[in-house]
Design a protein around this ligand. Structure first.
Ligand code: M6R
Length: 611
């Protein structure tokens, strides 16, 4: 999510850090900062907004130090302002962080009790104080760092300076990427390869639960027991543009592939690992007060992909929590007299947080007295700012216009919301809730498995590449998924694509079926399996070419299909997390095959801030 750089060598650190941060700008950020050690003192400069604001400040406050660290922040905890911007520091420790510390609140209270002063709202600042606390007990730096890391729950990559040792940069990693670049006359540190490429192509990756100590001459690696670890030096052969995309050809593919990690990030700190509770912060408190109202209703407003996530959410919330949910396109909602009251919780879903129609829908809802909860990916964007509470999806910057990882994380938030409401209404026992949460925690691994099976996608791509029309069918909770699959295909490949509920075919759409027309069917084991099989036979007998997503090892029906793609078995409620993955990949590969501009399809913008 955030961008990290570091340098130690015989040149001035400042221009190297700024240049590195510029190379990471494509990732999106809302504030930036750098820290140096100058004559035994920390020199920290931070600014809200673009790097140009930081550069302006550095004109008067620059540094000649040859050791420094830098950061571009994509806010997750606390608004994007100067106080929350990294680097953060205590007396002897200054650091930058990428990731999410789950137990920061508990640690913060402990540190405050011990007399530490913590001024930001971040989950990062407490780490400086934790290390400081160990240093104050006369521990050597490395030992203080290791002891502190053992107290952190969550994900991190950390790059740290010690005021008393201007000859070393310390690194630690668990879950978030970090790489050391080995150069002539100095060494480099970064969260991503693009920041290093101008200086070196020899790199060593820091692995999970490793720390590194980087000096001007070398980088040494250790495990958390303090034992040395031997590392391989790798040569990077990517071009600068490939490197920005993590080696992938397009941002969209990178973002599809990131889904296991960002889904895990979205669950971090919200579901108890023991599987017993759902912590939704201020949003949880809002739900707790409103759910007791006898006329409590939910109204979801959103556009495009976010609207599809809302449709999936309706199935979960009505099924588990028995709360009536209306899901409406924001652009429709805003121009009618919607029936919302002070007993209604309007849930606005938006990746960007700036979608004009959704913003107008929440303003109208508030005018009518409703409370607004937003599910959003961009901290402090307009929609969260105007909401009563927000649950942030921790998908990180989404750059491809076609939304992918935002969708998966929106679904994760909606599923947690459904469990939370069901628990509040005593409709789930602790045991049932725990099973559901455990199944959700398993999803990143199953998504990883689904992402690994590209051969059937390539065969399907071959069959779709020259088609003019393509239909998607699914039932129940897979109905919104086929709508989303069709949206992905149409927006990036420009093939006309429509999603239908299987049961609706006979009410009209089946008239479209003719010889060789592609129909993509989601037909997983479960309640509506037999009904879907009948729908497939209906289109097959009219000549359709059927490409099907079936459960692994479902041999019974395979003979009816022209191509099959296997979806791992999972809790049926959670199948949408798995079925959307091949549909995203299929849209992507078909678009690549047709040579369209995948990341910036014609006529579309990432953030639709006008009507
Ligand atoms: O930022 P938002 O989630 O509010 O955006 C909503 C839609 O504009 C967005 O999902 C759009 O449909 C995407 N291009 C879909 O891939």
């Amino acid at each position: 999510m955030c961008g990290i750089v570091g340098y130690i060598g015989d040149q001035r650190a400042e221009p190297i850090l700024i240049d590195g941060l510029k190379k990471l700008e494509y990732r999106g950020y809302d504030s930036a900062g750098v820290a140096f050690i100058d004559d035994g003192a920390f020199h920290v400069v931070r600014a809200k907004g673009k790097l140009s604001c930081l550069i302006d400040k550095l004109k008067n406050m620059g540094s000649h130090s040859t050791i420094g660290i830098g950061h571009t922040r994509w806010a997750t905890h606390g608004k994007p302002d100067e106080i929350n911007a990294h680097p953060h520091h205590s007396r002897d420790v200054v650091l930058v962080h990428n990731g999410i510390i789950e137990n920061y609140n508990t640690l913060k209270s402990e540190m405050i009790k011990k007399g530490h002063k913590i001024i930001s709202e971040t989950d990062t600042e407490v780490i400086c104080h934790l290390i400081q606390d160990h240093l104050d007990q006369d521990m050597p730096f490395l030992k203080a760092l290791i002891s502190s890391l053992k107290k952190l729950n969550g994900a991190y990559s950390l790059v740290i300076l010690n005021r008393n040792n201007p000859d070393h940069i310390y690194l630690a990693r668990k879950g978030s990427p970090l790489v050391v670049g080995l150069g002539e006359g100095g060494n480099f540190v970064a969260s991503d390869i693009p920041a290093l490429l101008a200086h070196t192509r020899d790199v060593t990756f820091v692995e999970d639960n490793e720390i590194a100590v980087v000096s001007r001459e070398r980088a040494l690696f250790y495990n958390l027991s303090g034992d040395p670890v031997n590392k391989e030096i790798k040569k990077i052969t990517w071009t600068a543009s490939q490197a920005e995309k993590g080696g992938y050809k397009h941002f969209m593919l990178k973002e599809i592939m990131e889904q296991p990690r960002v889904l895990a990030d979205t669950l971090l700190g919200r579901v108890d690992l023991e599987g017993l509770s759902v912590n939704l912060g201020e949003a949880g408190a809002l739900l707790e007060t409103m759910v007791r109202e006898p006329e409590f209703r939910l109204k979801i407003v959103a556009c495009g992909t976010s609207w599809h996530a809302g449709l999936v959410g309706k199935y979960w919330i009505e099924d588990l929590a028995k709360v009536l949910v209306g899901v409406e396109l924001s652009s429709e909602f805003r121009y009618r007299q919607p029936l919302v009251t002070p007993k209604t919780l309007v849930v606005a879903i938006s990746q960007s947080g700036e979608t004009a129609d959704t913003l107008a829908a929440i303003r109208e809802s508030k005018r009518l007295g409703a409370r607004v909860l937003s599910i959003c990916n961009v901290v402090e964007s307009s929609i969260p700012r105007e909401s009563d509470a927000t649950i942030y999806t921790h998908a990180g910057p989404e750059i491809g216009v076609a939304s992918t990882k935002a969708f998966t994380t929106q679904m994760a938030v909606l599923y947690m919301l459904a469990i939370k409401l069901a628990l509040e209404k005593n409709l789930l026992s602790d045991h049932e809730a725990s099973q559901k949460i455990q199944a959700l925690i398993e999803m990143p691994k199953l998504i990883e498995k689904t992402l690994g099976d590209l051969k059937p996608i390539m065969r399907m791509t071959e069959r779709l590449r020259n088609k003019k029309h393509c239909y998607y069918i699914g039932r129940g909770i897979e109905y919104p998924i086929v709508l989303e699959g069709a949206l992905k295909l149409k927006e990036i490949s420009y093939i006309h694509a429509e999603g239908f509920a299987g049961g609706e075919l006979k009410h009209g759409p089946i008239a479209l079926i003719e010889e060789k027309v592609p129909v993509i069917a989601v037909v997983l084991k479960g309640q509506l399996y037999d009904k879907m099989v009948s729908n497939i036979l209906e289109v097959k007998s009219r000549g359709a070419m059927v490409l099907a997503l079936v459960n692994a090892e479902d041999k019974d029906i395979q003979s009816h299909f022209d191509e099959i793609l296997h979806i791992p078995y999972a809790d049926p409620d959670l199948n949408p997390f798995l079925t959307i993955i091949p549909l995203q990949l299929l849209a992507y590969y078909v678009a690549v095959d047709r040579g369209t501009d995948v990341d910036q399809p014609r006529n579309l913008a990432k953030s639709v801030t006008v009507e």
